[in-house]
Ligand binder design. Structure first.
Ligand code: PMP
Length: 290
């Protein structure tokens, strides 16, 4: 059972873990975060997640209060303290306490939080049947306003898209870029398969550069499957042979219906299945030991 949360340099009981109401992460969404997974006593792609956290922080001029080595050790320590081997790890770095104004210069000390917990995932049957999703009317952030590569505490437009999905009784929503190209989902990246080739939107279209997305691209290249990072429209998606999502929590999960259109044969396609299997194999053998 997960019991301890690391907040402000110490471990406190889960129910007693608190941050100030003057924290700019709370007041303004001024901060960054990461979601990481541990499988069978090893943390998957830890260095890549830390690299992304540091890049997000740098982009918003936020100093992370620990060194990369120290944070790595604290993450592993948190997992040991909570006796977790298969877990979801949430890192949050916020601007910290300030006054009621926007000025981050009034926040002398960033806040760092490490939450480790059991992972909650989609039911296994959905990995065979696939998800039914919608394309939301809420667009992904315009990169020139807030670059989607920053994994920031501002997820409001993704939450609005999720509300649209919920209203239709669907678990996820696909979001378009400002120009109307397929971008990503509220918490996952997206791939389609057309004539044996994988296509995924390029990062510049305005998406999070997903770690799972990178792993899937790596696996596909090793398997000799052609991968193209290219923009595509909802028309291409509706007419694709297969579609799947990638993310730390969801891993690789098929999508079999979009806006009422059946994708391919309406079940997990052969390429999706192959990549799902290879991905799961990799998570069982790779990672930083706890
Ligand atoms: N896009 C968004 C908007 C996300 O929040 C996430 C989950 N962090 C992803 C994609 C998938 O990224 P990753 O594979 O690194 O979890």
């Amino acid at each position: 059972m997960s019991k301890w949360v690391y907040v402000s340099g110490e471990y406190v009981l889960k129910d007693e873990a608190k941050v100030s109401v003057f924290d700019h992460g709370f007041l303004y969404g001024d901060g960054v975060f990461e979601g990481i997974r541990a499988y069978g006593g090893r943390v998957f792609r830890l260095d890549e997640h830390l690299q992304r956290l540091w890049e997000s922080a740098k982009a918003i001029c936020l100093e992370i209060p620990l060194s990369r080595g120290q944070l790595k050790e604290k993450i592993l320590e948190s997992l040991r303290k909570n006796e977790l081997k298969d877990a979801y790890i949430r890192l949050v770095v916020s601007r910290g306490k300030g006054d009621l104004g926007l000025d981050p210069g009034k926040c002398p000390q960033a806040e760092l939080i490490i939450i480790t917990d059991k992972i909650s995932i989609y039911p296994e049957e959905l990995y065979e049947k696939g998800l039914e999703v919608i394309i939301a009317s809420t667009r992904r952030n315009i990169p020139s306003a807030l670059n989607c590569r920053i994994k920031s505490l501002n997820y409001l437009n993704n939450i609005l898209a999720k509300i649209e999905a919920n209203r239709e009784g669907m678990p996820e929503a696909i979001m378009l870029s400002k120009d109307g190209y397929i971008a990503e989902c509220t918490g996952d990246n997206i791939f389609i398969v057309k004539e044996g080739k994988l296509v995924t939107p390029p990062v510049w279209v305005g998406i999070l550069s997903g770690i799972t997305r990178d792993v899937v691209i790596e696996i596909a290249q090793k398997e000799g499957i052609s991968v193209e990072e290219n923009i595509f429209t909802s028309f291409a998606l509706y007419n694709s042979d297969e579609c799947f999502l990638t993310g730390t929590a969801a891993e690789v999960i098929p999508v079999t219906r979009v806006d009422g259109r059946t994708i391919g044969k309406g079940v997990a396609g052969p390429l999706t299945k192959r990549l799902m299997e290879r991905f799961r194999q990799l998570t069982q053998v790779e990672g930083t030991p706890i």
